[in-house]
Ligand binder design. Structure first.
Ligand code: HSE
Length: 436
């Protein structure tokens, strides 16, 4: 029998609060979540009013006390910034504790020092939450894509600038106006420097490059240009020429067999992308990372790049990795619970008639008075709500009618179709498809 893994959480901002909420409600999540317990939470200000779900008896304003507590197995750092985060992480490592962090600034600058310390102390430091918010990208680079020679990473890894550029492109608005509104709406920080000047993206690019190409990146040498000086006329001209402009972070391996060292070309800059490129379709605060390698070709990771829920999801994934490692190490003949599906309970599939969805239906009918009325009546009697019903060009006396329904119970849809099929005015049901 293994004991629960006891967490000391450093920081209770947006992401920290998200982590607490996941850990305290394990129902419906991976069974390993219930193997995790919160022991202490370090906050800046004990007096601040907080969500009632937060266990206030766990709060302390002394983060070192959390790190040094011998009853804490794993330190989760979501304070952000360089100090005291770096010192706390290194202290936890020196005490033989694994660390989970979402801190891109500290990992981009001190990743090497931290990784060496972790190796020397035989502990893990996991960083899924540091890049791409909720998008799983760190673990794929470290594990799932391990059979590939990676060639290039190009991504939109800053949501704030992507939101600003999306609005500038859609509305023809200028940078200052969109930034001001984004700040009012809470999409941009009151000090937007790290985001709009590309510094946040450069931190994340350094981390991704280190993982993808297996080397240390000197963060200060990453060529970085932000979006502050981008004019709406540049976006307009680019649009007219068939391009969108995105703040791209790009890392490309230039190494060939003759190079002993891995040579990388890195840059963060506003970049024109053809409108049909998958990265051009990423809008608003979303992030996307395109990874190119051999033999996989191209694979794109897309999703919410920030926010309480998404980043907490990534942090908890790392917590589960540490928990599963410990359980496997401590247990006798125990399979890694993240690799084996043995702990999952049986799932019961509902009958097709119980599925709830929208539908598309194309009918070939007589072109005569009352046909649409009869079809509509059958849907109504079966409690299926029509979103749209359109008659397209009819030839001679034959009409083609297309129906899109609202979401409904599939059994009612199937009953409607059977009744519609039997109408004398209906020649055939030409097509029935699902609709999202
Ligand atoms: N400020 C970042 C962004 C989110 O706008 O994407 C945290 O990494």
């Amino acid at each position: 029998m293994t004991s629960k893994i006891r967490i000391g959480l450093l920081g209770l901002g947006t992401v920290g609060t998200g982590v607490v909420k996941i850990v305290l409600s394990p129902e419906g999540r991976h069974p390993l979540v219930s193997e995790v317990s919160l022991k202490k939470i370090a906050v800046k200000d004990l007096k601040r009013s907080r969500d009632k779900e937060i266990p206030s008896h766990l709060l302390t304003d002394d983060p070192m006390n959390v790190v040094e507590d011998p009853d804490i197995d794993l330190v989760v750092e979501v304070i952000g910034g360089i100090e005291p985060a770096r010192t706390l992480i290194l202290k936890a490592i020196s005490l033989g504790k694994s660390v989970v962090t979402a801190n891109k600034a500290v990992i981009a600058r001190y990743g090497d020092e931290i990784a060496n310390a972790a190796k020397a102390n035989n502990v893990y430091v996991l960083i899924e939450g540091a890049v791409g918010g909720g998008i799983p990208i760190v673990e794929p680079l470290k594990q799932s894509l391990g059979g590939n020679k990676l060639k290039k990473i190009s991504g939109i890894i800053n949501g704030t600038t992507n939101y600003i550029l999306s609005r500038m492109s859609l509305e023809g608005a200028n940078f200052d106006d969109v930034l001001e509104e984004a700040q009012k709406l809470g999409f941009a920080e009151s000090d937007p420097t790290a985001d709009v000047d590309g510094l946040d993206a450069a931190d994340k690019l350094s981390i991704l490059s280190g993982l993808a190409f297996g080397g240390t990146i000197e963060r200060s040498l990453v060529p970085t240009k932000g979006i502050r000086n981008l004019q709406s006329s540049d976006i307009e001209y680019a649009n007219e020429l068939g391009y969108d402009i995105k703040l791209l972070a790009i890392a490309e391996s230039l190494s060939d067999k003759s190079n002993k060292e891995t040579q990388l070309a890195l840059r963060v800059e506003p970049t024109l992308i053809e409108k049909n490129h998958p990265l051009a379709k990423v809008s608003g605060v979303n992030n996307a990372i395109l990874v190119e390698g051999s033999p996989i070709g191209e694979v794109m990771f897309y999703g919410p790049g920030a926010g309480a829920g998404p980043t907490a999801s990534a942090v908890v994934a790392d917590i589960l990795n540490i928990a599963s490692e410990r359980i496997t190490r401590e247990g006798k003949n125990c399979l890694n619970p993240l690799l084996s599906a043995s702990q999952w309970s049986k799932c019961v599939l509902v009958k097709p008639s119980e599925i709830i969805q929208k539908n598309y239906l194309r009918l070939i009918t007589n072109d005569s008075p009352g046909v649409i009325g009869k079809i509509g009546k059958i849907f109504g009697e079966n409690n299926v709500s029509i979103k749209s019903i359109v008659q397209f060009d009819s030839s001679e006396s034959v009409a083609e009618i297309v129906v899109i329904t609202h979401k409904g119970i599939q059994g009612q849809m199937m009953r409607s179709i059977e009744e519609i099929k039997n109408l004398s005015v209906v020649i055939k049901i030409a097509s029935h498809l699902g609709c999202l």
